[in-house]
Design a protein around this ligand. Structure first.
Ligand SMILES: [Zn+2]
Length: 402
């Protein structure tokens, strides 16, 4: 047996016990190094954005993989700055509600499974941005999904409950400033950022072996009628939606770098099921515009044949680039708008943006979004109200554009 192969056999509890018996100066792990079972890494660094609540949001995601034979329950997750100051904290059910469990349930990641935690670290408008953000996680090793703890040190040196700090990120550049891509009153920011697991924030994809969050700041814009309804009739015709065909405006100057105009309109309605969806047409008829600085604006689900621009065209802010439609993966006419760091709408990470000007009417009450899609009028609460400058509309906010 060579020295190398003998070394390779060293491992497991017996050897660790031997090493731990050595003098303190030769510790195998330093006090801040914890056997964590899980690996945690950010998908990308967060860029700060001022939301319509006046706070600065750092929205990003942590990929968690459980390379162990235990269930791992995430008990608390604190976002800490380099001094250890806690900037935000989630625990228990609140943490589970912001976690996508790719394998596991009830707040526990299955053996060999993974999860994605969606973070929204929000700071007062005048707060100093942290130079770095880390995650301080307390987790438990469980025998099963019912919550039975593995006894401390029963299989090697690992305790049942443990705390570690990791996954450091450095906040990036400020949000991109763009003009609203729509005109008129009563637009609802469906599935917007930041503090809920919406369809957009939960759209974590793996492309060529890399996990990305293209839609983390995406908004599906639908427009209320004066009576607060989304549509007339039963909502199963695109013409039941008065805003179907509204002009879509370029949010910034730029160059068209990606277009698709081969998707037919879907049948809308409360029970609609989009058909014929492929990776190429999932966004329906769409336009991607390079707006400079590594940012790309994406406009999706436009009417077939309505695109006013082609590849390579230069556009100016406010130019009409197409008409609002119901193509691709869409159950009712809407504009899906987001800004991202690449030309491919799915293979990119979402970048935050703010709109130059808009006015908040309020925010949909809990449950009202589903009711709207079923034909009931909007219930609007007086939250996020008033004229706003250089802010990101937040989830379910109802806003007026000029
Ligand atoms: Zn969308």
């Amino acid at each position: 047996m060579t020295a190398r192969s003998r070394f390779a056999t060293l491992g497991g509890a017996a050897v660790l016990a031997m090493l731990l018996a050595l003098p303190a100066a030769a510790q195998s792990l330093k006090p801040d190094e914890v056997l964590s079972s899980i690996a945690v890494s950010p998908l990308s660094a967060p860029n700060p954005v001022r939301g319509a609540d006046g706070r600065v949001h750092l929205a990003y995601e942590l990929a968690v993989s459980n390379a162990s034979a235990w269930f791992i329950r995430l008990d608390t997750l604190e976002s800490v700055d380099p001094a250890g100051t806690v900037l935000s904290a989630l625990s228990g059910k609140d943490l589970a509600a912001m976690t996508l469990f790719h394998a596991g349930r009830d707040g526990a990641i299955a053996p060999g499974g993974s999860a994605t935690v969606l973070l929204d670290v929000s700071l007062a408008a005048d707060a100093v941005l942290p130079a770095q953000l880390s995650a301080r996680i307390t987790a438990s090793r469980l025998k099963d999904a019912n919550g039975t703890l593995v006894p401390d040190h029963s299989e090697g040196p690992a305790p049942a409950v443990y705390t570690f700090t990791g996954a450091p990120v450095v906040p990036g550049r400020p949000a991109v400033v763009v003009a609203p891509p729509l005109r008129g009153k009563g637009w609802v920011a469906v599935s917007g950022c930041c503090d809920a697991l919406t369809a957009h924030r939960g759209a974590i994809l793996a492309i060529n072996g890399r996990q990305v969050a293209p839609e983390r700041f995406a908004i599906d814009w639908v427009k209320l009628r004066d009576d607060g309804h989304l549509f007339t009739g039963d909502g199963t015709k695109v013409t039941d939606y008065a805003y179907y065909g509204d002009p879509i405006l370029a949010a910034a100057d730029g160059v068209v770098v990606n277009v698709y105009d081969g998707a037919d309109e879907q049948v809308p309605g409360p029970d609609a099921k989009p058909t014929g969806i492929t990776p190429a047409n999932i966004g329906g008829n769409m336009v991607v515009i390079d707006i400079g600085g590594g940012a790309y604006a994406f406009y999706a689900h436009l009417q077939r044949g309505s695109l006013k621009v082609g590849l390579g065209d230069r556009v100016k802010t406010g130019d009409v680039i197409g008409l609002l439609g119901n193509t691709g993966n869409s159950t009712a006419p809407h504009l899906h708008f987001h800004v991202m760091d690449g030309t491919s709408p799915l293979n990119a990470n979402g970048l935050p943006y703010v709109f130059t000007r808009f006015s908040g009417q309020g925010t949909l009450a809990p449950g009202s979004e589903d009711e709207l899609e079923r034909g009931k009028p909007a219930r609007i609460e007086p939250r996020l109200v008033g004229p706003m400058t250089d802010m990101l509309p937040l989830n379910d906010q109802v806003v007026d554009f000029e």
